[in-house]
Ligand binder design. Structure first.
Ligand code: MN
Length: 297
């Protein structure tokens, strides 16, 4: 996954995306959808969708806040917690509770039924809640493979310091500066959790030809030569050509860098299913209704 072009060429910022408004997923996740495959599926392949939940303050409760039993097929859901706790349980036996810094990488593939709730202890305590859920597509050959669940603790994720006190890169998947992240992926993906503190110009090198997006959660990032800075809850989408992100200024930034080899296959989705054809979507609905994706114990 090294850049195929050894000569540095600036990657141009194409467009900046932002949510047109928020909505609730169940009663636990106040979400802004920062991009979705309905319009960005081809440009951002293999990334399908990104929901940003919070930051929000939840009062203490004994209720279970979240979203009950629902299916997925054909892709992966990657949940990254910044604040609060998320509890998950699925029909393939995967499950667990993740907190700040932890990542849950769930491969739905042929199909799971799962539930997603606030962690019980967090709910009773209340407090700040902030998380991201990213949907990652699978190539057609892997869409019907068995489900898989990777629970990745904060302590397993390597942190690489950027030069000159510019901040740090947490390598969730792929690699940065030769340091590999723990997540197993089906296609080549780099997923970096960035903390940028410096305010001086610096560069991030990525592979030529990959879909690349900078998801800014806090602060703002200005790219060299760009008229507009990428603000909090906005996504900068880069052109495929070039292999260097030239960052002019980034102050007190939390951001995710998504970078992946495009899967150039048709995307047909409906609700919790993302497949390649309409017939496969009909099959997914029928398989879910007839219980072939399993049930929660
Ligand atoms: Mn789900």
């Amino acid at each position: 996954m090294e850049p195929s072009n050894p000569h540095p060429a600036a990657k141009k910022l194409g467009r900046i995306l932002r949510s047109s408004g928020g909505h609730w997923v169940g009663d636990g996740f106040p979400v802004q959808t920062l991009f979705a495959y309905s319009d960005m599926g081809a440009a951002l392949s293999p990334f399908l969708l990104l929901d940003y939940a919070g930051p929000a303050e939840f009062p203490p409760t004994h209720e279970r806040l979240g979203v009950g039993e629902h299916p997925h097929r054909g892709f992966e859901t990657v949940t990254i917690v910044y604040d609060g706790e998320v509890e998950h349980r699925d029909s393939s036996g995967g499950g667990g509770r993740i907190g700040p810094g932890d990542v849950q990488w769930m491969t739905a593939a042929s199909g799971v039924v799962h539930e997603e709730f606030h962690g019980r202890d967090f709910a009773q305590r209340g407090g700040p809640f902030e998380m991201v859920q990213l949907w990652v597509n699978l190539p057609a050959r892997d869409k019907m493979s068995p489900p898989r669940y990777q629970s990745i603790a904060d302590s397993q994720i390597p942190v690489v310091a950027l030069p000159d006190g510019q901040g740090s890169v947490r390598v969730i998947a792929g690699e940065y500066a030769g340091v590999k992240g723990p997540a197993l992926t089906f296609t080549p993906i780099h997923l970096w959790d960035l903390k940028l503190t410096g305010g001086q110009p610096f560069e991030l090198v990525v592979p030529e030809g990959y879909s690349t997006a900078l998801v800014v959660l806090k602060g703002s990032v200005r790219l060299q030569g760009a008229d507009t800075a990428i603000q909090a809850a906005e996504v900068g989408v880069f052109e495929r050509t070039g292999n260097v992100l030239r960052i002019e200024r980034a102050d007190k930034v939390t951001a995710l860098l998504l970078c992946g080899e495009p899967i150039d296959e048709p995307i047909v989705g409906s609700g919790p299913f993302v497949m390649n054809t309409a017939e496969e979507i009909r099959q997914a609905m029928s398989d879910y209704q007839s219980g072939k994706m399993g049930h929660l114990a």
